[in-house]
Design a binder for this molecule. Structure first.
Ligand SMILES: *Cc1c(COP(=O)(O)O)cnc(C)c1O
Length: 708
């Protein structure tokens, strides 16, 4: 579809819609909301689709509406200032680094629901990092995969089983642009695969100042199966997976070269992307440098972030598969089979598997884990790669993950923060001192915002239920399961995350009768809202989801447990902003970091969690609750039982009573006190601004400085 012809006075509206900068700027959101509210709502906040869907008359009307125009002018001025300003944090603090450029590779990026090319936390982290790089002026480009069918849409059947639907992305309704050659043809990148060639197109996504290049194998010249290669995220088929990762790693480097982009530093986000180091070695060898020297140079200029908390979590390929795809490649590298295989072998030369995390560890000199606890776990897992060192000397540092606060904070909360902490809080939110006046916000005001957010979540849930019912797609039972009976003034707990066994979604159901007493207490009722997808090939997790759903529709719980379908970034915003308590129950040492609890905390949602991942370093005794034993000393064989009991105790003795200890106007002062403590101790630290600054100052600067 050609670019829509807009009235001249609002001629840059489409450009704005095509840069996801709008998504984290409240005034820009207001602008599209004001443009055509029904379309804004029915497109799930997708202004590209919205503009295409508008009639000429409506656009003309907007172009003649003074109040719309004044907002438009403000937003455009802000957009230009943010994209072109030369006084960013990076400009000011690192003026001598103006020529550096970081290439950030990730298998998934979660920027916005209009671009469903992510499955979960890894994608959100990558997306938030790019948004922050834009805000801070860090010179960075992203490289990833365009998945035209993305991850699946989830529907729960009447019997409580997950159904998966794939929908083809309509590129014309998404904020993406195909890269063309000067002659106007799609630019194509070539990657050799076994005994054939695969071509890819490149799509550009704009995230403020940061450009993201996504590879897509749906190119006419490719064989039919190859055209499908990039269709979906995380296919379970190993053969397809390795092919995807070859395209991403090797094709990604070639794409940047073809675009004339010359990074000075390369950052591999998780093992999936690490073939990129091999392609860079190949380039140097082709230029006449020895393999050893080339490998050394590449290593000095590579940062690798591992997110894997358990050995089995790595991406692993059998050696014969590596031989099949890389036989020619290692010859081009000027090396032999054994030297090549060693790059991915965890257990030395007899190892029959090639591990992508090992490849990352060995081909990058700058390595990091994603929380303090995860750093220790990582050092233990990969100790074998540095046998002469003590575990605590294994050269892996830590940059704890953070979230892009401007993306995840609710407008109601940020208005309060601006009112009491200063208009510039959005620019300075990683300064803990700035947050001291938070304690002066009147309890009534902050509680009013919290009540509004809970009501908005329930409204969004009920709108979905109502539509499903009206369309004849839901039975009465499903209507209840999806949350028709959820109420606005009740303490609401959220369990919202990818369904997978180690996260223990059904831990809270260990003692059903005890839970019923907690939930159905007539004076102090409790509701639980679940959401999350199971990986299509993970049957254990599908059974867990079924179990949760079965409890939700059990009449004994009186409709107080709900399952929200199709967890994505869109509904995630309602959930992290709207519930009162964020429940997190992973098995210890298995959650590398976790970020959804941070999104909740910055909105005043209290964290109730096992002391794993980020919570291990964030809990200070008064900013939420810890379930069960310490991650330093616990008994894995009784972990489930102990934690379930600790969880019920906390709910009965602390969480529920504190919420319902309200004064005569219904204000729970004790709860609000804890909420303020939580916001002030979490928001300034567990955000992407602190994280990106740590990447720059702690990792990138070291790597910039190597002379090679
Ligand atoms: C934040 C987020 C995640 C990550 O959640 P964790 O609980 O940290 O695993 C996953 N999916 C979506 C849609 C998110 O917004």
């Amino acid at each position: 579809m050609p670019e829509p012809k807009l009235p001249e006075r609002i001629g840059r509206l489409y450009e704005l819609a095509n840069n996801l900068w709008w998504s984290w700027n409240p005034q820009a959101r207001d602008l599209f909301r004001a443009l055509d509210y029904p379309l804004w709502s029915t497109t799930s906040h997708n202004p590209v689709r919205q503009i295409h869907g508008m009639s000429r008359e409506k656009l003309e009307a907007a172009a003649g509406d003074q109040s719309f125009l004044s907002l438009y002018d403000t937003v455009i001025a802000c957009f230009d200032a943010d994209l072109k300003g030369e006084t960013t944090w990076f400009d000011i603090n690192h003026p001598e680094r103006a020529n550096e450029l970081i290439a950030y590779f990730s298998a998934e990026f979660a920027f916005h629901n209009s671009l469903p090319i992510y499955a979960g936390g890894l994608g959100v982290l990558a997306g938030d990092l790019c948004k922050e790089a834009s805000d801070l002026g860090v010179p960075l480009v992203g490289v990833g995969f365009m998945y035209p069918q993305g991850y699946f849409q989830q529907k729960i059947s009447d019997e409580g089983w997950q159904e998966e639907n794939y929908r083809q992305l309509n590129f014309e309704e998404a904020p993406v642009n195909l890269i063309l050659t000067p002659e106007g043809h799609p630019l194509k990148i070539l990657v050799e695969m076994e005994n054939r060639n695969i071509l890819t197109h490149i799509w550009l996504v704009r995230i403020g100042r940061v450009n993201i290049y996504l590879l897509d194998t749906n190119v006419e010249e490719n064989a039919p199966l190859d055209r499908q290669l990039s269709a979906r995220l995380y296919t379970a088929d190993r053969e397809q997976r390795i092919q995807q990762e070859i395209v991403l790693g090797i094709g990604g480097v070639r794409a940047l070269r073809a675009l004339g982009i010359q990074p000075t530093l390369w950052h591999a986000n998780e093992g999936h992307t690490t073939f990129m180091t091999l392609e860079r070695v190949r380039e140097l060898v082709a230029a006449g440098i020895s393999f050893a020297e080339a490998a050394d140079r590449v290593q000095q200029k590579t940062v690798f972030t591992t997110h894997t908390p358990v050995p089995a979590g790595s991406d692993i390929f059998p050696v014969p598969m590596i031989e099949k795809y890389f036989q020619n490649f290692w010859q081009e590298l000027g090396t032999d089979r054994d030297t090549f295989l060693k790059l991915g072998q965890q257990y030395g030369s007899g190892d029959q598997s090639f591990n992508m995390t090992v490849l990352g560890m060995k081909t990058a000199s700058h390595r990091n884990a994603v929380s303090q606890l995860h750093k220790r776990v990582t050092q233990r897992i990969w100790h074998g790669l540095w046998p002469e060192s003590q575990a605590e000397e294994v050269p892996v540092s830590n940059v704890t993950n953070g979230i892009h606060a401007l993306t995840w904070v609710a407008a109601e909360m940020s208005r309060l923060y601006e009112k009491y902490l200063g208009k510039d809080i959005g620019q300075k939110y990683d300064d803990p001192d700035k947050w001291k006046p938070l304690f002066d916000i009147p309890d009534e005001e902050i509680w009013k915002a919290r009540q509004q957010l809970r009501t908005r979540l329930i409204g969004a849930m009920q709108e979905r239920v109502q539509k499903c019912w009206a369309d004849g797609k839901c039975t009465a039972q499903q209507v209840v399961g999806l949350g028709a009976l959820i109420k606005p003034d009740t303490l609401t707990i959220g369990f919202v995350r990818r369904f997978t066994e180690y996260k223990r979604p059904s831990l809270i159901f260990q003692d059903i009768e005890r839970l019923k007493r907690i939930i159905n207490n007539p004076w102090q009722p409790v509701q639980i809202v679940f959401a999350g997808k199971s990986h299509p090939a993970d049957f254990t997790s599908k059974f867990l989801l079924h179990q949760v759903y079965t409890v939700a529709i059990d009449r004994g719980f009186q409709g107080r447990i709900a399952f929200v379908e199709d967890y994505d970034m869109h509904i995630a915003r309602y959930l992290v902003q709207g519930v009162d308590v964020w429940l997190n129950t992973p098995r210890r040492l298995q959650e590398a970091c976790g970020t959804s609890g941070m999104k909740a905390a910055i909105n005043g949602v209290l964290h109730l969690s096992v002391p794993d991942g980020w919570w291990y370093e964030a809990f200070n005794g008064k900013n939420g609750w810890v379930i069960g034993e310490s991650a330093d000393s616990f008994n894995p064989s009784t972990e489930d039982e102990t934690d379930a009991k600790a969880l019920y105790d906390l709910l009965e003795k602390e969480v529920v009573p504190l919420f319902y200890k309200q004064d005569r106007s219904g204000i729970p002062h004790g709860w609000i006190g804890m909420m303020k403590e939580s916001i002030a101790s979490i928001l300034p630290f567990f955000n992407s601004r602190r994280m990106v600054k740590e990447y720059v100052d702690g990792m990138y600067l070291n790597a910039f400085d190597t002379t090679k």
